[in-house]
Design a protein around this ligand. Structure first.
Ligand code: 8YV
Length: 309
């Protein structure tokens, strides 16, 4: 009976330990030759725990029925390939919204007040020679949120607390939301001082924040991306930052992580963050627990707590 769990990528340590304790599980990334391992043992696995699963991997797991994704974003999983094989996919929604919103506001304050360069200014002994230049504040500014899902809504609440005006762009207007709706990201960017990207990744949002949106945001506009690198045209963004055509950017995600365009390293008006939106102990533990709950439900034949498909 194929009933094993395959841990495909390195996950949170406590999550892996719980999987190994509760199920018969194997870490694929620890095998000397994962390809050979899959050829010999692929048929033994009914479930995957990980965050990347493409069609070739599914091909090598003929009895696979379930993929438990570590993370709310499931753009690392080929959903079409999973659907074709009637494989269920779960994720970890809801438990990371506050951590994501906190880092977003942190990045916005740090960017508007130049907190990182100001810290370097003090450390370099420059304060004794003169004051640091005046900066901008969030109060009264307009922020447009691309993607008003669970995370976007938590960001919006906190932007209201900062006394900002909130608008959003999404595929559809949400009737119960008090914020101004835009059906066009270019129009929203043209009207906003801040553009916060909080959409899902994947095909549907690929390049959504393109050169036209960045041009509309303009030289006084700030961009914050806590979603996925794929959502923003990174080449255009880098060009516009280098040419001073955008006021600044705070980026937690990149197109080719962990590789970051090196041209950005010298820019004082850019914050580079190593994809750590959900990276608090509390939140990652909660994500791990939800992943395990999804696996437990699957093996017990119960409804999956967080089913994607
Ligand atoms: C994690 C994330 O960094 O949930 C997501 O979609 O991007 C983050 O919480 C990632 O899933 C870790 O694999």
């Amino acid at each position: 009976m194929p009933d094993k769990v395959l841990i495909t990528q390195r996950l949170l340590k406590s999550c892996e330990e719980e999987i190994l304790e509760k199920f018969t599980a194997v870490r694929l990334y620890r095998q000397d030759d994962p390809e050979v391992f899959l050829r010999n043992h692929g048929h033994e696995f009914r479930a995957i725990a990980g965050y990347v699963a493409d069609e070739p991997l599914m091909e090598m797991l003929p009895n696979l029925e379930m993929i438990a994704n570590f993370g709310v974003g499931h753009d690392g999983i080929d959903l079409d390939a999973a659907r074709k094989r009637s494989i269920s996919v779960t994720n970890t929604p809801g438990v990371l919204d506050d951590a994501m919103a906190e880092i977003t506001i942190g990045l916005m304050i740090a960017l508007s007040r130049s907190l990182l360069p100001a810290d370097r200014f003090v450390r370099a002994g420059k304060w004794t020679k003169g004051n640091y230049p005046l900066q901008t504040e969030l109060k009264g500014k307009k922020v447009g949120i691309a993607g008003l899902g669970r995370i976007g809504k938590e960001i919006a609440r906190r932007c209201i607390a900062m006394k900002m005006q909130v608008a959003y762009f999404g595929r559809t207007r949400q009737k119960d939301q008090p914020y101004r709706y835009y059906d066009d990201p270019v129009k929203m960017a043209a009207d906003c001082d801040w553009l916060v990207v909080a959409t899902p990744g994947g095909r549907q949002t690929m390049g959504l924040i393109d050169d036209a949106v960045l041009a509309a945001l303009g030289r006084n506009g700030f961009l914050v991306n806590v979603a996925r690198g794929s959502v923003v045209d990174e080449e255009s963004l880098v060009k516009r930052l280098l040419n001073g055509q955008i006021a600044g950017a705070a980026l937690d995600v990149f197109q080719d992580e962990p590789h970051v365009p090196e041209e950005l390293f010298e820019l004082e008006n850019v914050i580079l963050s190593p994809h750590q939106g959900s990276a608090t102990r509390t939140t990652r533990n909660a994500m791990g627990r939800l992943l395990v709950a999804n696996l437990e439900a699957f093996f017990a034949g119960r409804p999956l707590p967080a089913r994607v498909i």
